[in-house]
Design a protein. Structure first.
Length: 182
């Protein structure tokens, strides 16, 4: 992931949910062996990169709170995912995840944290740490909670039902149609 510096331009962001958008959601995806990429996932991210968007992942990861995997394992998975995508020219600029769940079994993670979707905490945090142009930014998610987080953050949300992620992203870019700084 890129370091944030004062030389970064103000530009819109694409906030992508992870499981169900970037990869198939097979439940508690804590290991690389379980990752199955959505069709044209890397191509979709390349399209966003080339169009001048920041590309962020924001994902609820209650598997940590439930004891299925820990944060170190989750970060290692994210590092691997980013490296796999970067090998295809697709750059994820940053990732936020919420490891908390009120019904978790791991001490320290048993809460309804303000980052947990449908709350917009992860979106807000990314917007605070990156020079995000609010106009033209959007969310792509596969659940109503993703769209709720987008709406609460004041940006449009688009519900992805699976299939060709690049074709879906191309359509969303056409609908948002804001010129970005490249």
């Amino acid at each position: 992931m890129n370091a944030i510096g004062s030389t970064h331009p103000l530009k819109p962001a694409a906030f992508l949910d992870r499981d169900g958008v970037l990869n198939y959601d097979l439940g508690y995806m804590g290991a690389r062996e379980r990752i199955r990429w959505m069709p044209n996932a890397a191509k979709a991210i390349c399209r966003l990169n080339e169009a001048g968007y920041w590309v962020f992942l924001f994902t609820n990861q209650s598997g940590v709170a439930r004891g299925f995997f820990n944060e170190d394992e989750l970060r290692a998975l994210h590092d691997w995912m980013c490296a796999e995508l970067a090998g295809q020219g697709a750059i994820i600029d940053d990732i936020r995840y919420c490891p908390h769940h009120p019904n978790g079994s791991v001490a320290g993670y048993q809460e309804d944290h303000h980052w947990r979707k449908p709350s917009p905490g992860m979106i807000h945090d990314l917007m605070e740490h990156w020079p995000v142009q609010h106009q033209g930014s959007f969310v792509i998610g596969d659940r109503a909670t993703d769209i709720q987080a987008a709406e609460t953050a004041g940006i449009p949300g688009f519900l992805f039902g699976g299939g060709d992620l690049d074709a879906f992203v191309a359509d969303v870019i056409g609908k948002t149609s804001v010129r970005t700084n490249r």
